[in-house]
Design a binder for this molecule. Structure first.
Ligand code: ASP
Length: 311
């Protein structure tokens, strides 16, 4: 099977001055993931490599440079899901993990549970050989400055403008047809300590089912949870997949993935009146994306191998 890869760097009102950095960040993530997939490597390795690049880039709200919580600390959440087994590895409220996706993978592969949080998650990380970093290692200058302003003025919403980059995510299929999806975030700016959004929750911020496709979401977590957005999108892919399989609908519709993405975001907006977006791959590797925010940073590998990125 032909491998496929799509990534995102959040759906928000991304400021003009961050557009180029978001595009090149998505491009670098595609390069990291595609260097693995194009040589026959696994979707899990590719997705981890792509997400690490995005987490390490302070232009995105994940890993280093993530938004700070009310107490001025980074508190990250991440998930990775295997479309073949429907098993996920997820972790939340991490304060000392440089690359939360690495811990999510360890949980996927080596933990009897599917989700760990806070101190227990960090203890498991240590047992798995992941070094804990210092709290300040994850705080970027830009986020610290934004947080200082918020603090002076009861966390007024206008201080959040200008640093509205987002959560990161990726979906990959490898040559063997293995499908994985992942999402990693620092959550929303000035969130209450202990707040967990949609991102690390199976079905909300991420879902993968090899029979239909894989999805990673971004946007207002509290609203995304209400409609279980990632699973909703995968269900739409499944319905379409059934249609496409049936003789009546075998007319070669190539935009199944995009239609499912658009329909999912439409349902989300209609039922919650909130904003967000998502990326997906259908089970054949066709990319789809949709958002109702002013912008979303995303990128995918086109059939000819070219990297398409946009904000
Ligand atoms: N969905 C994330 C959250 O609510 C934020 C984002 O997508 O940027 O934690």
């Amino acid at each position: 099977m032909k491998p496929a890869l799509i990534v995102h760097g959040g759906a928000w009102d991304i400021p003009d001055e961050a557009v180029e950095a978001c595009k090149s960040g998505c491009n670098a993530a595609l390069a990291a993931g595609w260097s693995i997939l194009s040589c026959g490597g696994s979707a899990l390795d590719a997705i981890e490599a792509a997400i690490i690049v995005l987490e390490d880039n302070p232009v995105f709200d994940a890993g280093y440079g993530a938004h700070l919580n009310f107490d001025g600390r980074v508190e990250c959440d991440a998930i990775v899901m295997n479309g073949a087994t429907l098993r996920a590895g997820a972790a939340a409220t991490l304060q000392r993990i440089k690359n939360p996706i690495q811990l999510a993978r360890k949980i996927l592969e080596h933990c009897p549970h599917m989700m760990l949080v806070a101190e227990g998650a960090e203890r498991f990380a240590k047992a798995q050989g992941i070094q804990l970093c210092k709290l300040e290692d994850l705080v970027s200058e830009a986020e610290w400055a934004a947080w200082q302003k918020c603090k002076e003025d009861t966390h007024a919403a206008e201080h959040h403008r200008g640093h509205e980059q987002g959560t990161v995510g990726a979906v990959a299929i490898d040559a063997n047809g293995s499908l994985f999806a992942a999402t990693s975030t620092g959550g929303t700016c000035c969130k209450l300590p202990g707040r967990v959004g949609d991102s690390p929750l199976i079905g909300c911020g991420c879902y993968a089912d090899a029979e239909a496709g894989g999805v990673s979401c971004t946007g207002y977590g509290e609203a995304i949870m209400k409609v279980v957005l990632a699973k909703t999108a995968v269900d739409l892919l499944r319905q379409r997949a059934i249609c496409v399989d049936s003789p009546v609908a075998s007319s070669g519709d190539t935009s199944t993935a995009d239609l499912a993405a658009r329909e999912a975001v439409h349902l989300f907006a209609k039922r919650t009146h909130a904003t967000g977006g998502l990326i997906l791959l259908d089970r054949a590797g066709n990319p789809g994306f949709a958002f109702n925010t002013p912008r979303m940073a995303y990128g995918y590998v086109a059939p000819d191998g070219a990297f398409i990125t946009s904000v």
